[in-house]
Design a protein around this ligand. Structure first.
Ligand SMILES: [Zn+2]
Length: 222
């Protein structure tokens, strides 16, 4: 990764503010719920604890190193552990978005994974979006369960809590969060009128293969 010069870090801080506000504007987060983490060279930035998106400022983003120590000042989101652990364990990932969005959270409250009811499930990297078992917010146990549910995937639900979406960079992670919420809303809607017919392993294998051919994906180009 290119060196994180101070203007690039400032750009990332501003992008995090814009990202948090876009999650709020899109209805994916409300108040101060949810958070964003972005990788720097040997550290990462995470949104601060308890600040509503509308009141976030670029300089309020908290820089932490991978041991979990704050560099400078600020109180990081209580979920800094899973941001740290994901960025540490997944070198291809540059940004982590966590939301308590309505449909993803509703399904997470059933501790129900999202099966292959629609081919777009493949945007998360597999033939389902797993749901991690419940663990108390802000704990190492939650982080460990999240990492497990994210194995080979770029998104998961967190039991009785919300969802996590990952990306190579922040725009990709934000786009995936919106896509996962859309899929959860569609699955929820389909469940109102019946049991969705699921795509087979072979059908999903074809989709995953075709997605690889497209390279970097966003919902706009599929
Ligand atoms: Zn949360």
């Amino acid at each position: 990764m290119a060196a994180c010069g101070s203007s690039r870090v400032q750009d990332l801080r501003l992008a995090m503010v814009a990202g948090a506000q876009s999650l709020s504007a899109q209805g994916l987060n409300r108040g101060s719920s949810g958070n964003i983490g972005v990788r720097l060279d040997a550290s990462f930035l995470v949104t601060p604890s308890g600040v509503p998106a509308e009141e976030l400022l670029a300089n309020a983003m908290v820089e932490m190193d991978f041991s979990g120590a704050v560099r400078g000042t600020g109180r990081p989101s209580s979920e800094w552990r899973f941001h740290r652990d994901i960025l540490l364990g997944r070198p291809e990932i540059g940004a982590v978005v966590h939301t308590h969005s309505r449909y993803a959270t509703s399904l997470a409250c059933l501790q129900r994974e999202i099966p292959a009811f629609h081919y777009m499930i493949a945007v998360a990297g597999g033939d389902s979006i797993r749901c991690a078992p419940y663990a108390l917010f802000g704990t190492q146990a939650l982080s460990d369960l999240a990492l497990q549910a994210l194995t080979g995937r770029k998104a998961c639900l967190l039991g009785n809590h919300g969802m996590i979406a990952l990306g190579a960079d922040l725009p990709a992670a934000l786009a995936l969060a919106l896509e996962v919420e859309t899929l959860c809303a569609q699955y929820w809607s389909a469940l109102q009128i019946g049991e969705p017919r699921l795509l087979s392993t072979e059908q999903m294998r074809e989709v995953l293969e075709k997605f690889k051919g497209y390279g970097r994906q966003t919902s706009a180009n599929i």
